[in-house]
Design a protein around this ligand. Sequence first.
Ligand SMILES: [Zn+2]
Length: 132
Amino acid sequence: MLCEVCKKKIRTQLNIFNIFQTEKHHICERCFQKYPLLSGYQTIPIDHGMMNHYYLISKNRDVSPISYMSFLKIYYIHYLKHHKHQIILYFDILSDQLYEILDSLRLGDIYLVTLYDNIKKKEKNYEIRSTR
Ligand SMILES: [Zn+2]
């Protein structure tokens, strides 16, 4: 499999535990160290509900969203275990325009996963950042 960032072949060291596993990541170790995940969480009040917003990277970088595709599984599992009553949505970028659309649709509580967060911070938002 090729890395989506540098387009080189992803090489993993084989050992007895991973010899039969298929490669599931679309980003190599070198590019992952260059563009690490800085995931975070914030709640945004919207019309008729709350938006639980989880993002993988805080700033918009010119990295293909496919390269971080394998890291979305934990959000889907978290959604199925704890927020199954909400609507789940995934977008690459949360922009101000998309926020206003989701706010006006009155969908209720939304579990939103995005790659980038590109909205201006509102007054009542609560943000939790991981420290990795
Ligand atoms: Zn790479």
